[in-house]
Design a protein around this ligand. Structure first.
Ligand code: THU
Length: 162
């Protein structure tokens, strides 16, 4: 038997003032994107912003549906939109923040499992890791250097026919 340890490095900051200028700016865009959220069912807004390799910043948000399983997460709607808007241009960083109408969220809400899968696919497609910056309504900010750190043993296209 061989034991394999998987390690994830999470950088935690007390406030946005400690972030690099670029990360702080992207987080402000994610906060701005909260207004784009269509979330009448969960009343949980997720705002996201990406910084593209060409310097562009795009914003996106969650997009819900009365048929609940059709709700689209902010990360997924934004990464698809970014790929369509700037085909072939890599995503360098992704900032995500949240606002709940029903309670105070005092910690960052990390991307759900499906979003982690989509983030990893985007990293592989673009051959570029994505820096992830997360903030709750209050509490610390966390930064993860690459999306693949959030999804050990990921399934990917290498398992599928060439
Ligand atoms: N949501 C996201 O936008 N991203 C995630 O990673 C988790 C959940 C959204 C989907 C839905 O609109 C609401 O949050 C509640 O699940």
């Amino acid at each position: 038997m061989k034991k394999i340890e998987v390690q994830t490095t999470i950088l935690q900051y007390d406030s946005a003032a400690e972030l690099s200028t670029a990360d702080a700016l992207l987080l402000r865009h994610a906060q701005d994107a909260l207004r784009l959220s269509y979330s009448p069912y969960s009343r949980f807004q997720v705002g996201a912003a990406v910084h593209m390799q060409n310097g562009e910043i795009l914003e996106g948000a969650n997009y819900e549906n009365a048929a609940y399983p059709l709700c689209i997460c902010a990360e997924q709607s934004l990464l698809a939109a970014a790929s369509a808007r700037f085909p072939g241009i890599a995503v360098e960083s992704l900032a995500i923040t949240i606002h709940s109408e029903t309670k105070n969220i005092d910690r960052p809400a990390a991307p759900c499992g499906a979003c982690r899968q989509v983030i990893c696919e985007t990293e592989q497609k673009n051959k570029q890791s994505i820096r992830i910056i997360l903030q709750g309504e209050t509490g610390p900010i966390i930064v993860i250097e690459k999306g693949s750190d959030l999804l050990p043993l990921a399934f990917d296209g290498s398992f599928l026919p060439d």
